[in-house]
Write a protein that binds this ligand. Structure first.
Ligand code: DGJ
Length: 389
């Protein structure tokens, strides 16, 4: 054999290998950098660093031309639904492509801190206060090792949208306050201690405020929650109270950092959680789920002309296959698309309790039929084409 054939490959082979290598590199790079131009509900959704977005139970703040998505940073395995890291934030200008802005509220390493690593931080929502120029985050907080017993809402504040947010306090809202829609005559009414859950007598007792009264002194329970800023700048905290049996809507103070004590109860014993609210043509729409842990169930929608009610039941807004499971998701937020009249996006979580970091996002357009919101499944959709007209 000629010595040169040993040393050098044939030029054609070299060229072919070079082409294949280049093609391969190009494909990988183009996959990594190719921006999204559509939503694909339920699929892995990569951020601009090609990592699955980690912002569960999230909410969005639109601030100076940019959308900021805040959510629970989940981890892998059994501990993944407890707060090991904190609250994450992503930013986007087109809603399809999201840049990781990092952890904006960190859990604490301090023993006994209310936000100690291993506590439960759920459904963080951020709103901007124009008067104080502060970014105000409220989230559902459960204390480390105490399951879901604490049922508190907690406040963290920052001067910058992408944080860092500083933990301020946790509260049981509306301590020693009666709801606006609660009759004085029921305030002192007593009930037997051993009422059987879901029995007619129990329903009546819940409706008449059995649990509301139990929490009157220490403040109302607050688990799944959301925030809403109205056109007049007033903000509201909406949460599952009374052992998740009754939703409550509470007014926040002008700086958004306290409860004014003004609140209403919504559908006692309705067993609603995962509240998400939006306003269209002066009407408030509130979406919620039933209470089945991490498993999906049928959503329900309510509407009202005033945030203080009366609220009317509209039933399940989802239609088509798997509508009875909200397309295997649970509501977390409803996003009005900036500058697009009547454009609202349903944001839901498809939880993965065995490996929470793999939870998926179900974003779907909300359409309207005779002013009733409707949500249909889409494998893939775009703001420009599928949105409600
Ligand atoms: C359903 C709630 O909506 C979630 O945020 C979470 O609290 C789970 N329950 C816990 O089981």
């Amino acid at each position: 054999m000629h010595p040169q054939t040993k040393k050098y490959a044939h030029p054609t082979i070299v060229i072919v290998i070079a082409i294949l290598t280049l093609a391969n590199t190009f494909t990988i790079n183009s996959q990594n950098v190719k921006p999204y131009n559509s939503f694909r509900p339920g699929e892995v959704w990569l951020d601009t660093d090609s990592t699955h977005i980690n912002a569960h139970g999230g909410g969005i703040l639109y601030n100076k031309g940019v959308y900021y998505w805040f959510g629970e940073f989940k981890t892998t395995g059994a501990k993944g639904n407890t707060a090991q890291i904190g609250v994450s934030c992503y930013s986007s200008t087109d809603l399809y492509n999201w840049k990781n802005e990092g952890i904006v509220l960190k859990v604490s390493d301090e023993n006994g801190s209310e936000i100690e690593k291993g506590c439960v931080i759920e459904r963080p929502k951020v709103i901007y206060n124009k008067k104080t120029k502060k970014y105000v985050m409220w989230f559902h907080l459960e204390l480390k090792g105490k399951g879901y017993k604490a049922a508190k809402t907690a406040l963290a504040v920052s001067n910058h949208v992408v944080g860092p947010y500083h933990f301020v306090k946790s509260v049981r809202p509306n301590q020693k306050q009666w709801p606006l829609n609660y009759p004085d005559t029921l305030q002192t009414k007593k009930y037997p201690k051993d009422l059987e859950w879901w029995s007619p007598a129990w329903y009546t007792a819940i409706d008449e405020g059995l649990l509301l009264k139990l929490d009157f002194e220490k403040g109302q329970m607050s688990r799944d929650m959301t925030l809403f800023v109205d056109d007049d700048g007033k903000a509201y905290h909406i949460h599952a109270a009374e052992e998740n049996l009754t939703l409550q809507i509470s007014e926040l103070t002008n700086d958004y950092q306290n409860f004014t004590g003004k609140y209403i109860r919504l559908f006692p014993a309705g067993h609603n959680e995962a509240p998400a609210i939006f306003k269209r043509n002066g009407i408030y729409y509130l979406m919620a789920s039933g209470c089945t842990g991490w498993a999906p169930n049928a959503a329900r929608m309510f509407k009202a002309k005033s945030i203080w009610g009366p609220w009317k039941k509209l039933g399940n807004p989802c239609i088509g296959p798997e509508a009875d499971l909200t397309f295997k998701s649970q509501s977390t937020y409803i996003l009005p698309v900036n500058g697009k009249k009547d454009s609202f996006i349903y944001m839901g979580d498809r939880w993965q309790p065995k490996n929470p970091i793999d939870g998926r996002y179900i974003w779907l357009p909300i359409q309207f039929k005779n002013d009733q919101p409707i949500i249909k499944w889409e494998d893939e959709w775009m703001l420009s084409t599928t949105h409600s007209k």
